[in-house]
Structures are given as C-alpha cells and as structure tokens.
Design a protein around this ligand. Structure first.
Ligand code: BDR
Ligand code: CA
Length: 306
C-alpha cells in the first residue's frame, strides 16, 4: 500500500474523490489537509471533518493555508454552494480528528515518519504544497509523486485559459511545477470529459447511505445542471492514482503564467520541446469515459459507513 496525503478544498468533487479512496487497499490515507479554495478555510476544514465523521474513518485532518501566497481569496460558491458541501446533511464533525499542527507541519511529519515514499494528491490550490517545499526542503526526497487536479491543456474555467486550482494561487502553482519533483497533471479537460450522467446518480442512490451522500452533493453541483453531464475533476485525479489504465499519459514541460493579466494562471503545456525545457510532468491527455463511470459508481457503491 502507498502512503498518501490528500491536500484538498472540499468542495463537492473533492468529497467524492476522498470517498473513492478511503477503502482502496492500494493506498493508505495518512492525512487530509485542508486549504482555502472553493470556500474559506473554516468551511473546507469543517467539510473534511464532516465527511470523515460521516464515513467513520479516523483519518487526521490538518488545517491549511487561509489565503493564497500573494493574492486575495477567490471562492467557487456558484459551483459548490455557500458552505462548499451544503446540499447533504452531515452529522456534526468530530473535532477530535483535527490535528494540533497546521497542514504544512503535519504534512512534514507524515513525510518524515513514513518508511516509504509518500504520494501527495492535490485537489485544490497548491498553497500548502508550495509552503511545505519552501519551508522544509528535506521532505523532497520523501515524496514519491505529486498527483494534481489542476490546470488545463485547453480552455479554462476561471479565465479563458485559467483553471481554478491554479489561477487562485498561480505563484504557489509555479513553485510546485518548478520543484523538479515527479508530477502528474490531471487537468480540466480530463474532468470535463470524464462525466457522470443522471442514471449514474440514480445508481448511487440505490447503493445506500454513502452513494446517496455523493449523489445528493452532485445533484446541486455547478447549479444542478445534471442533464449536461456532471464534470468529474477531482475524482479523475483520484482514479488516476488507482486505475491508471483508464488514462492516457504524455510527458511534457508544463509551467504557469503569472504575469499576464490576459492569461493569468494558464498552464502552458509543451509536449514537443518548443521551449527547450526539460520535461517535468506526466500530463493526462485522455480518459476512458465508460470505464471511469463504471469504476466511480462501483467503488463508491461499495463504501460503507463505519
Ligand atoms: C477544480 O476547482 C474546484 O472547484 C474543483 O473542486 C476542482 O478541484 C476544478 O477547476
Ligand atoms: Ca477541489
């Protein structure tokens, strides 16, 4: 089993991604770290606690950065609702899961204590990870890979080319992209392609309490336009960890635009060496949509509350 840290801003699709992984025998979630993103840090931290309390999994939750490195917070309440996960009634969160140390300290602890290299799955802005790498460079050799939902090889969702997780904190993203650590990018274009349809939500409803929790969240996601297909951003990155055969990868050099007002936060993906830079990332370029839907519904349906 691979030790795993999930750095996240729950967030509806974040919650689904975490649920996908809690019972996965190949990964061992050591820590869930919150970050400001879809909603403020109070909400993302509470939402992580609520989800794990509901699932009955005693995974520690560490509170992370309350704002991007250099910019004002920008939230995504139009997609996730005011509190980020409000369309399902979760039990009161068990605050005993909350760590004393903040995200960066707890991430460092997990990395330094682990006997095996740790994978980091990022589902939100990269603020915590940038701070972690800048503050504690000794963790670098303990990181197996950073698997990230973020960026786009095409159009964006917050600017013409900017994807939310990257554009909210482009400086942090740039630090991580340039870190030299092995990285996998699962971008917006993949999450848009890997979508669920209404009958998938019905199947989740029929599967029991956990399926109903996930489907209730998604029924309100992004204004509730489920007839257009439900975009699976964070779940794609989660599934890329455990079902890599569903995804097609291509190596590239990727970097983040941080100075142009027109293309702020854009991820520039160079497959062909046009920029004469060394390749620094595996980019997910395609997904088997039917396989994705099947795995998503099957796996969530098997998760039971404890
Ligand atoms: C990303 O932004 C958030 O709204 C989602 O949770 C996902 O991580 C998609 O751009
Ligand atoms: Ca997210």
């Amino acid at each position: 089993t691979r030790p795993l840290i999930i750095d996240t801003d729950p967030g509806i699709d974040d919650a689904a991604a975490i649920t996908l992984l809690v019972d996965e025998p190949d990964v061992d979630i050591k820590l869930v770290a919150s970050v400001s993103g879809n909603v403020g840090i109070g909400h993302t931290t509470d939402n992580a606690l609520k989800l794990l309390t509901f699932l009955g999994r005693r995974i520690p939750v560490a509170r992370g950065a309350a704002a991007p490195l250099m910019r004002e917070n920008r939230f995504a309440t139009e997609a996730h609702g005011k509190s980020g996960m409000g369309s399902f009634e979760f039990p009161e969160p068990d605050r005993g899961l909350l760590t004393e140390g903040s995200a960066v300290l707890e991430e460092r602890r997990v990395l330094m204590e682990s006997e095996e290299p740790v994978t980091i799955l990022t589902l939100g802005p990269l603020t915590n990870i940038a701070l972690l790498l800048a503050t504690f460079p000794e963790v670098r050799e303990r990181i197996d890979r950073i698997v990230m939902m973020g960026g786009s090889t095409g159009r964006g969702n917050i600017g013409v080319y900017g994807e939310f997780n990257i554009s909210v904190d482009p400086e942090a993203a740039k630090m991580v992209f340039r870190s030299g650590l092995p990285m996998t990018m699962v971008g917006l274009d993949i999450g848009r392609k890997a979508h669920l349809v209404a009958s998938d939500l019905d199947a989740l409803d029929a599967a029991g309490e956990v399926g109903t929790m996930v489907s209730s969240l998604f029924r309100s996601y992004d204004g509730g336009h489920i007839e257009e297909g439900i975009k699976m951003y964070d779940p794609s990155a989660a599934l890329a960890l455990i079902e890599p055969d569903l995804f097609t990868m291509r190596e590239a050099f990727a970097d983040v635009e941080i100075s142009s007002p027109l293309t702020m936060g854009a991820t520039v993906v160079d497959y062909d060496g046009i920029l004469s830079e060394n390749k620094n990332m595996d980019i997910c370029v395609d997904v088997n949509v039917d396989g994705f839907r099947r795995h998503f519904v099957d796996r969530i349906s098997r998760v039971r509350r404890r």
